[in-house]
Design a protein around this ligand. Structure first.
Ligand code: TGC
Ligand code: FAD
Length: 394
């Protein structure tokens, strides 16, 4: 398959760039250049083969995409939340699966070790995770507990000098090759704790999930624990209860809100360029009112989402972004991106279903993004709960 030339130019209809600092723009440009050079030429082939391009790990670490907001003393990039968001936007512009790897590594593995871990755990794992020497995964979802993780049955038993871990996690990004997994399990009293499980521990296996039509350039699998002896020092000591994993999700969902924006912008940019080049009835198809309606609606939705997401980033920087605000942005942006991908795909006619253009890949990837980290419906119910004060889950 011939490598695709990446001609991407980002839409900025409301001059949002003027609201970014010079540092933000530098970080965004550096990430974009890396995506254009290292991701775009190879990603279609890897997605078609259903293989994670492991060679990207080094570059992701070098652009600072593993732990962008983790302090530098632990190997992170020490950046603000808007920088983190812009990186996720650029990386998902390349591919949602590559962004998934960064979300998991940064927000679901490094963040809990940083926020809930001991100083020894921080020093042992964070620098290696930041450099890409180690890759992590996050085990919350189980075969019978997806939207309702509080019902999990994976458990730890205190055996005196270690914990005995039993159970299974499903749909876990990066599971097949992770070096460590942050796993959520209940103790004898039913309290949820996080433990760090290392590859090589006896009884720990990570079978791969095959036959996905979505997120094909990301590896997904199970985490299976059969009487795994977990040393006591591997328990995250500083937070327990369902709020601990949900706190990690806040950070990952925030990154996904930015990421989905990137996928939407890539679909729009591709369709806009195509509409000016493709001639039917002796005119570029972009001159037809029906095609203009599609493009006008796309750029309107993208512009609204850009403003919503940047404001969320400002609130996150100030430590004021709420779970419900993050839910609204994740839900809105992923749905917006999915609708734009579907419309953009139609605008390319038959060419839209091929790997010569990125749209169909984005569209299929977004079917996972709209489901993981809380489904579209769950996020709606989080907003409903926030505005009414009444939980639809109980
Ligand atoms: P609920 O009673 O509402 O809450 C239980 C406790 O948690 C606290 N809490 C939070 N704390 C921090 N951050 C948050 N976002 C929090 N949300 C809730 C809450 O205050 C309470 O604390 P306490 O002290 O009173 O006990 O819980 P619930 O059982 O009713 O569930 C609520 C619900 C449905 C919203 C929650 O379970 C949920 O968000 N479900 C969706 C599950 C989900 O998102 N799974 C994602 C798995 S990871 C993943 O998909 C990774 S994909 C990665 C990739 O490849 O990019
Ligand atoms: P279910 O919870 O069974 O939901 C099925 C349907 O019912 C959905 O439409 C849902 O919205 C609806 N529903 C459920 N409850 C309600 C309700 N109360 N009211 C109304 N509707 C409801 N998990 C991890 O822990 N770590 C990972 O790294 C990870 N990576 C993933 C990667 C991929 C590619 C995918 C697809 C998933 C991943 N997940 C991961 C799991 C993901 O978070 C779950 O798939 C998601 O939370 C939904 O759970 P479920 O699939 O069991 O669906």
């Amino acid at each position: 398959m011939a490598a695709r030339q990446d001609l991407y130019q980002h839409p900025d209809y409301y001059l949002m760039d003027e609201m970014l600092s010079d540092e933000h723009k530098l970080i965004r440009e550096a990430t974009r250049e890396w995506v254009k050079r290292d991701v775009s030429p190879i990603i279609e082939e890897y997605a078609q083969r259903a293989e994670f391009p492991k060679q990207l790990v080094k570059g992701l670490a070098e652009v600072g995409a593993f732990g962008p907001y983790i302090p530098t003393e632990y190997g992170g990039a020490g950046l603000d939340q808007i920088s983190y968001g812009l990186m996720m936007m650029e990386i998902e512009r390349g591919d949602s699966g590559v962004r998934s790897t960064c979300s998991v590594q940064s927000s679901l593995v490094m963040y809990p070790i940083y926020a809930y871990g001991s100083e020894e755990q921080r020093r042992k794992y964070l620098p290696k995770l930041a450099s890409g020497e180690m890759l992590g995964s996050f085990g919350l979802t189980e075969p019978n507990f997806g939207s309702n993780p509080g019902g999990m049955v994976t458990n730890i038993k205190d055996m005196g000098d270690h914990y005995l871990l039993n159970g299974a996690k499903m749909w876990i990004s990066n599971a097949p090759f992770c070096d460590i997994a942050v796993v959520w399990a209940k103790n004898e009293a039913g309290r949820i704790h996080g433990v760090i499980v290392e590859r090589g521990m006896e009884g720990f296996t990570t079978p791969e999930t095959h036959n996905k039509w979505s997120l094909r350039a990301s590896a997904t699998g199970e985490l299976v624990f059969d009487n795994v002896k977990v040393p006591k020092e591997n328990l995250l000591p500083n937070k327990s209860g369902l709020g601990a994993p949900l706190g990690c999700l806040d950070s990952a969902r925030y990154g996904i809100a930015w990421g989905a924006l990137g996928a939407a912008m890539d679909c729009y940019d591709t369709a806009l360029r195509y509409s000016k080049e493709r001639v039917q009835f002796d005119r570029p198809i972009g001159g037809f009112q029906l095609q203009q309606k599609k493009l006008a609606e796309m750029i309107t939705e993208i512009t609204k989402a850009q403003l919503l997401t940047l404001r969320l980033g400002q609130l996150k920087n100030e430590g004021r972004a709420t779970t419900a605000q993050i839910s609204m942005a994740k839900r809105n942006n992923v749905n917006m991106a999915l609708e734009i991908a579907r419309e953009a795909r139609q605008m390319l006619g038959g060419m839209g279903i091929t790997g010569d253009y990125p749209i169909m890949r984005h569209m299929m990837n977004l079917e996972s993004v709209v489901t993981y980290e809380g489904t579209h419906d769950i996020h709606l119910l989080i907003t409903g709960m926030d505005v009414t004060g009444l939980s639809a889950f109980k």
